[in-house]
Every structure is written in structure tokens, then in C-alpha cells.
Design a protein around this ligand. Structure first.
Ligand code: ADP
Ligand code: ZN
Length: 607
């Protein structure tokens, strides 16, 4: 039995100086035997919320998780800290599983990760009962608790059966954790897991270290390339694309350009997928070009960017996908390039799908919210959080709109012209042709339809092609124009366009920035401080090389040895003794003993 306090364990075992957010309250509550429901965003630090109480209390802590692929890494990370841990799931062969059972019976383990289907077997529950009589069970942690929800896409029927824990072990505290924020899911967790009496700990879902940016699409590949070149020369990141084909093409194109890029989508065979995922996690600086099939259960802490070459389905998806960046709390980028074509094809895709009308309507509304986000001139952190029902004061200093405030312009007249051009041409043409009419071009199509006779022919010469394209994009995004499925994606007027056409309503639009290659702004320099310059300096590279060497020797991911933030702190403060080394965040006693001397030597040699 450990009589250590949570604070002492935080410092000695994990090497962290203080708790974050709700951690301390949760830990105290659970350590004292209370049930808890913890809602915390990705990267918020959920693991400590059950690991520390388990270490403070008598007996074994059991963590139920559906993410089998992660268990090995989590156990490796705990072993590095000197905590005896193991996992039990279908990936273990019979002998390995027996060995874990033996360790359990001898009371040698402090933490056990287990898949729900394994936990629910009668033999395992019996084993738990025996354990409880011998050494006790410290707690049950139910990770990814939203898996009980039928409405989410991670639904796991076995999660519903977990109430048996409460029935058979009424005195063992339970802590359910999730990063899914919405109220219906939360209610379902409480109900399905019988957590009515559990205290709820709800954190802010803001991810202040993630910088949100949306740029207007203008040769997406080149934009991606210049984004990578200026900001992410050696970083790991994810590039999301909509289709498998685009994933393949983008990955091989990046490879040709000299980047360490891999493709990932559901069409690749399982062995290849897991090999690529392994490389992404175990190596440094790998770029994963992927469909949304990639990401669930990736807890690599130093994903430095998530780039979207296509629109996500909704603001929920966007938040979740971008949320895979910067789990370690260091600055990270969520970058997206988007254009009129994306809006049109996304609308088309949703409307032409097989889904029932009701479902389509909901999906279109979600898309509209996402488009609203893309076009907003307000703080993006504020916009995202408002969507999830949370307040944010704005002016975050971590989104494009706050860093370089967007100009808006009175586009009332332009909108009228654009809409009336749609009307006069019969509501069946695409944007290219509409703009040709406005600009008064003599194209074959215009001749064919006699559109040079229209009152809108040539009335739009004051704006350039690109500006018209921006006007149409914003009209479609705002829902004034809809995509006509019967007319091959031609644009139609929506009811809500009427007051604009009649001159009864003003329209303000964002002025798209000219497509220039940007270097960092001053503010940028400040928030990215840890990385600017770090990537090339000798000590930094030597520290990373040491970490990689140790990780390879032991067959674990590098971040299991030390996180980037810990290496950065070593690089900054250059400890000269073990005592100084112990002060660095992330260096607990176990790691100090294991690696302290190795890293002191690297620092000495490279200063
Ligand atoms: P989540 O499961 O909520 O996504 P994790 O538990 O993986 O988050 O924690 C995210 C990262 O933050 C991890 O790298 C973890 O080591 C680190 N971390 C958690 N709590 C603290 C703390 N109090 N001080 C410093 N780092 C922390
Ligand atoms: Zn902002």
C-alpha cells in the first residue's frame, strides 16, 4: 500500500511540478472513493486522473479501454516511470495472458489495461473477485466512455454491460472519462453506466495551443508545400483528404518533393495500415496523408500540425481531427485550405447520398455551420466553442482572424449582381459561366445561350475573376445560393436571397487576402518560440538523437522516453547535475535513474 499523497506521486513518479485544470479535484475525489465522470478535451491530461488515484489507493487499478492498439504503448510508458503495469486483450497469446494472470494473482501489478470484451468474461470477473479479497481493487477507470452511446460512431455494445462492475463491486470507485463534449452523450453515459451519483468534472474544451487557420484555396498542393516549408520542416503531422485517390496522389507527390509522407486509408490492407501507423508513432517527422479512417486512438503527443486539403464533414469532425495536434500542450497548427469547389462538391455529395431526407437535412445544417466557421471574420476559437455551447472571450491570439484581422467590405451591390446573374441565366449554370457573363466575355457558351443579350452581361467588370469567385463562394456558403442536383451542380436561388435581390438587405463579405507566401508574424514568433530555431540547433538534435537511440533499443516510441516539452526544457536550462535534471518537468525518479546520466552527457558534449 502506498501512503503517498497525489502531489508527491505527481512529482516523484511523473516528474511534473503541478496539476492541470480539474486534475487535482478529480484525483482527490476518486482517491477518497468517489465515482466521477470526467469530460476533458484531448490532451487535457485524463490519464493522470485515474493513474494517480490508483497509485494512492490499495490494490489494482483497472482501466477499460476499447483501443487495443494503444495499450502496449501506455503500458510501456508506465514501465518507464517505474510503475508495474500490464494489459490484457486479444492481441496477447495464451502464454502471455497466463503470465499476466500469474502477476495479478501474486499482486505484482498496480495497473491493468483491459479490453471490455475480456473484462466481461465470467472467468475474468471471478479472478477480479478473488483479487478484491486478497489485495483489493483500487478503482475502475472507464476510458472513452462515449463508446456507450449508440449515436456516436464509436459505439461498443460491450460498454453497455459495464454496469456489472457496479453491481458486483459496489465499493470500488468508478471513473468514466471522455473527450466527447455534447450533453446528450454525457446524459447517455450517466444513464448507461449507472453514474447518477458520480460527481461530474467538466473542463473547458478550448485547445489554446492549437492555432486555427483557414486559407482560400489557390493551388492547394503549392499552398501545402509552402506551409510545410515555412513552418514544419521536421515535424510529424497529418494531412487529411476526402478520397482514397487523393490520399495516394498527395502522399506520393509529397514523397517526390522529399518529404517523409505515407498514405493511410481503409482501402489499404490491414498489415500495411498498421505498419504505416507504427512508423508514424515510432519515428519522428513522418507526415501521414490520410482519410478520416486515420486518427482514432492515435495518442502521439507531438503531432505538430493537422492540415485539411478538403472540408471535414462538420464542425465536430473538424474539432476532433484538428484536436489530434498538440496533445503535449506545445504549439501546433490546424491549417485548412478551402474554396468554392469544395462547398459545391460537399453539398452535392451530401444531397446525392442514399441517406433519408431527415438525415440529409441534419448533415446539410452541420455543413452550414462548418462553412460559417470557414467564412467567419471573428475569433475561430470563440466560434468553435460557441458551437459546442461554451463561452470564449475571443481575441485568442491563436487564429488567423485574431492575428491578422480580416477586412470586410460592403458587398451588397456585388451580391445583387451575382444573384441576379443566376436568375437571368435560368438558375442552371455553374460559377465559371456566371462569372464569364458578369465580366462580359465572348465565350462559345455565351454565344450558344445568347447570354450577351442579358442585362447582367458585362455589368461586373469592376471586380476581377477571383473576387467574383470569392463572392459566389460566400453566397453559397451562406446558403443564398444552393446547388441544383438536377442541373449538374448549377446554382439556384434560395428563398433567403430574395431580400438581397430586392435591395432590402445589406451583405458584408470578408475580403480574401491576396495569395502571398507568408512568413511568420511577430506574434507568431512568440508563440512558436519553443520550435523556432530549435529544429536546427546542435543540442536539440543531439537530445533527439539520444532519445531515438534509447527508444529503438527498447522498441518503444520516442515520446515514451521523454516528451518534446521535456527535451526543450533541457535544451533551455541545460542542467549540469542530476539534482538540476530532476527539476525538469517530465523527469521523475524512475527516468532520472534510467536516463539522467545519458542526457547530462549529451548536454555537456553539445554546449
Ligand atoms: P488525454 O488522455 O486527456 O488526451 P493525456 O493524459 O494523454 O491526455 O495527457 C496529455 C499530455 O499531457 C501527456 O503527454 C501528459 O503526460 C501531459 N500531462 C498531463 N498532466 C500533466 C501535468 N499535470 N503536468 C504536465 N504534463 C501533464
Ligand atoms: Zn482568435
Amino acid at each position: 500500500m502506498s501512503n503517498d499523497t497525489p502531489n508527491k506521486i505527481l512529482r516523484d513518479v511523473f516528474g511534473y511540478p503541478k496539476f492541470r485544470g480539474n486534475q487535482e479535484n478529480v484525483i482527490e475525489h476518486v482517491t477518497n472513493g468517489g465515482d466521477a465522470l470526467v469530460l476533458m478535451p484531448t490532451g487535457g491530461g485524463k490519464s493522470l486522473c485515474y493513474q494517480i488515484p490508483a497509485l494512492c489507493r490499495n490494490g489494482l487499478g483497472i482501466i477499460i479501454s476499447p483501443l487495443i492498439a494503444l495499450m502496449q504503448d501506455q503500458v510501456d510508458a508506465l514501465k518507464q516511470l517505474g510503475v508495474s503495469a500490464a494489459f490484457m486483450n486479444s492481441s496477447l497469446d495464451a502464454e502471455a495472458a497466463r503470465e499476466v494472470s500469474r502477476q495479478l494473482q501474486r499482486g505484482e501489478l498496480k495497473l491493468l489495461y483491459v479490453a471490455p470484451e475480456r473484462l466481461m468474461t465470467e472467468s475474468f470477473l471471478n479472478l477480479l473477485e478473488r483479487l478484491q479479497q486478497d489485495n483489493g481493487i483500487a478503482l475502475f477507470a472507464i476510458d472513452e466512455a462515449h463508446c456507450v452511446s449508440q449515436w456516436g460512431h464509436d459505439f461498443r455494445p460491450e460498454y453497455r454491460a459495464l454496469t456489472v462492475l457496479h453491481e458486483r463491486f459496489p465499493n470500488v470507485p468508478r471513473i468514466a472519462l471522455t473527450a466527447t463534449a455534447d450533453a446528450p452523450t454525457r446524459r447517455e453515459i450517466v444513464e448507461r453506466l449507472a453514474l447518477e451519483h458520480a460527481q461530474q468534472f467538466i473542463s473547458s474544451f478550448d485547445r489554446p495551443n492549437i492555432r486555427y487557420r483557414v486559407t482560400q484555396k489557390n493551388n492547394a498542393r503549392q499552398q501545402l508545400l509552402s506551409f510545410l516549408e515555412t513552418e514544419h520542416q521536421n515535424d510529424a503531422g497529418i494531412v487529411y483528404c476526402l478520397s482514397r485517390k487523393k490520399v495516394e496522389e498527395t502522399a506520393s507527390w509529397l514523397k517526390e518533393q522529399g518529404w517523409d509522407a505515407l498514405p493511410y486509408h481503409a482501402g489499404l490492407d490491414a498489415a500495411m495500415r498498421s505498419e504505416y501507423q507504427r512508423r508514424f508513432i515510432r519515428e519522428e517527422g513522418v507526415i501521414m496523408v490520410a482519410t478520416v479512417a486515420f486518427g482514432m486512438g492515435i495518442d502521439k503527443p507531438n503531432v505538430r500540425f493537422v492540415a485539411h486539403l478538403d472540408l471535414p464533414k462538420s464542425l465536430e469532425s473538424y474539432y476532433q481531427e484538428t484536436g489530434r495536434a498538440g496533445r503535449d500542450g506545445l504549439s501546433a497548427n490546424a491549417w485548412m485550405t478551402y474554396g468554392l469547389g469544395d462547398v459545391v462538391s460537399m453539398r452535392q455529395m451530401l444531397m446525392s447520398g442514399e441517406a433519408p431526407e431527415e438525415r440529409k437535412r441534419v448533415e446539410l445544417q452541420k455543413l452550414d455551420a462548418l462553412l460559417g466557421y470557414c467564412e467567419t471574420t471573428e475569433c475561430r476559437h470563440q466560434t468553435v466553442l460557441r458551437y459546442f455551447g461554451e463561452e470564449h472571450p475571443g481575441d485568442c491570439g491563436q487564429c488567423d482572424n485574431c492575428l491578422e484581422p480580416v477586412d470586410t467590405w460592403d458587398a451588397t451591390q456585388a451580391a445583387q449582381m451575382a444573384l441576379s446573374c443566376v436568375y437571368r441565366t435560368g438558375q442552371r449554370f455553374g460559377v465559371g459561366h456566371l462569372i464569364d457573363v458578369l465580366l462580359g466575355k465572348a465565350t462559345a457558351k455565351i454565344e450558344q445561350f445568347n447570354h450577351q443579350q442579358l442585362s447582367t452581361f458585362g455589368i461586373g467588370k469592376e471586380l476581377a475573376q477571383q473576387q467574383w469567385s470569392s463572392v459566389y463562394r460566400q453566397l453559397v456558403a451562406a446558403g443564398l445560393l444552393t446547388v441544383d442536383m438536377e442541373a449538374y451542380g448549377g446554382l439556384k436561388l434560395d428563398e433567403i436571397a430574395r431580400p438581397v435581390l430586392k435591395g432590402q438587405q445589406e451583405v458584408w463579405m470578408r475580403r480574401d487576402a491576396a495569395p502571398v507566401k507568408r512568413t511568420r508574424t511577430e506574434r507568431d514568433g512568440k508563440t512558436r518560440e519553443p520550435f523556432s530555431g530549435a529544429t536546427s540547433d546542435r543540442l536539440w538534435l543531439a537530445l533527439k538523437a539520444k532519445r531515438m537511440g534509447l527508444a529503438r533499443e527498447q522498441g518503444v516510441p520516442p515520446y515514451v522516453i521523454f516528451h518534446d516539452s521535456t527535451l526543450l526544457e533541457m535544451r533551455e536550462s541545460k542542467p549540469g547535475s542530476l539534482t538540476e535534471m530532476a527539476r525538469i518537468s517530465g523527469v521523475g525518479q524512475g527516468k532520472l535513474t534510467r536516463y539522467g546520466d545519458d542526457f547530462l552527457k549529451v548536454i555537456e558534449e553539445n554546449c
